[in-house]
Design a protein around this ligand. Sequence first.
Ligand SMILES: [Zn+2]
Length: 148
Amino acid sequence: MKTELTPSNYYDPPTNQKTKSDKEFEKELEKARKKGEEWARENGRILRENIKMIAREEAKKEIKKLGIPSRYISPIIKSKLFRKQKGKCAVCKQELEKNFHIDHIFPYSKKFEYKNGTNNINEERNLRLLCKECNWVKGNNLTEDNLK
Ligand SMILES: [Zn+2]
């Protein structure tokens, strides 16, 4: 890197600087290079952050436009389900621990085909709480029959 920084091969210096000694000139060049690098680092970071932010905003807009429901389930619905299921897993009936899973009965991945009730895949009637094990089984595309 350092070898590329000689005045002759880096860039053509302004005429008033040509009178300076090579050492002085190289010092200034080094300073300028460092400044440039700092600028690039800082602006590169800002640019990258902006790109990420823009991408996120664009994705949000797109989701809104398409009317794709998010996976977000409100805590109110969660506690309603918990009461409805008496704190037990909807499949195996074991007591749910703190880290239960919310399961879409009609799968979230087919959200556009969901045509029940309010057309909202996240409506209460399409949700149930599962324990870790049952959720794992469902997630791995096994049916309850496979378990018996
Ligand atoms: Zn279970």
